[in-house]
Design a protein around this ligand. Structure first.
Ligand code: TMO
Length: 317
């Protein structure tokens, strides 16, 4: 074979090798990619999963805590760059406003189907058989009374920044409950565990996917499925004199949120982040590693990646 022909073949092989291994040189920038962290465990673990994945490709990652409502404006502005878990039930309004008015990027939906709602252990149904529905639950409100709320029942509500004003919903539906909000998620689970051990009636805020379903038997309380009219038309819903007389969606989305500058600053990272897609079991597992197994979010993320290595490799390559 002539020298120039060998040279030509070598050049073609080298060029195609370069093309298939990498269409970009990661990291395209050493500027840190700032991943937002919130105050519940699956989010803390999965934000670390994403961060560790990006670090494995050479990117610099930082984590910054944020309020789950205010974070979307910060992401739109580029003060923070990526949020892995935006929940429809509690964040839809703030998320959609940031996309429509502030230029935040909707970075895609996860496969997971979510719900955030009032929740009861199944033993409550023994003493209040219709408690699976808000009207049935309300008939038994006195069973949930505490010194603080008597004669009304106590609804153990979420930390305020999870964005739902349950006092307003209780008013709109004329329910005999008072929302007592906890300061942090751990208090929800401590209240649930204490009641569960004694089979005492309790109704609290919960969500799925979560570790709860592998540890406690219970169900969500059904409220009217929300429609836009629930919030702007008093005539809509069970109370013709009030807006907000509905619950959270029964089958809600979970999305990723991104700063629009990611695509230009770190194009390789952007390709990866768009592929990240969690299902219900994967999110519940992330929470369980911390809330049941007692791991730190950082270690739980390492374990999670090892357990899901094939999936992760598919996103990375
Ligand atoms: C936002 N959360 C999943 C805790 O309901």
């Amino acid at each position: 074979m002539k020298f120039d022909k060998i040279f030509a073949i070598t050049a073609v092989v080298a060029a195609s090798f370069a093309f298939t291994t990498s269409t970009y040189a990661a990291p395209e920038s050493d500027e840190p990619i700032i991943i937002v962290q919130n105050n519940w465990t699956s989010q803390l673990v999965l934000s670390n999963v994403v961060g560790q994945m990006l670090e494995s490709k050479g990117y610099t990652v930082e984590y910054t805590p944020s309020d789950s409502q205010l974070q979307f404006t910060a992401i739109a502005n580029g003060d923070m760059h990526f949020q892995v878990e935006a929940w429809e039930g509690s964040m839809k309004t703030a998320f959609e406003k940031a996309v429509a008015d502030e230029g935040m990027v909707d970075a895609g939906k996860h496969g997971a189907v979510t719900r955030e709602e009032w929740w009861i252990p199944n033993y409550v149904l023994d003493v209040c058989p219709d408690a699976g529905n808000w009207e049935g639950l309300n008939k038994c409100a006195a069973l949930f009374a505490t010194a603080e709320t008597s004669p009304k029942g106590r609804f153990v509500g979420p930390p305020a920044d999870w964005g739902k004003n349950y006092a307003a919903r209780i008013d709109a539906l004329n329910m005999d409950f008072i929302a007592i909000n906890v300061g942090q998620a751990a208090t929800l689970w401590a209240e649930l565990q204490a009641a569960y051990d004694r089979k005492e009636p309790i109704v609290l805020f919960n969500w799925t996917p979560n570790f709860i379903e592998s540890k406690f038997e219970g169900r969500f309380v059904d409220f009217p499925e929300p429609e836009a009219a629930c919030f702007d038309d008093k005539a809509w819903g069970p109370n013709p004199k009030a807006t907000g007389d509905c619950g959270a969606p029964h089958e809600a989305w979970l999305k990723k949120a991104a700063w629009k500058g990611i695509a230009e600053t770190w194009p390789g990272a952007w390709e990866i982040l768009q592929k990240v897609d969690f299902n219900n079991a994967q999110i519940a597992r992330a929470a369980l590693l911390v809330d049941v197994d007692g791991m730190t979010p950082e270690d739980a993320a390492k374990t999670w990646i090892t357990e899901n290595q094939t999936l992760v490799d598919g996103w990375l390559n």
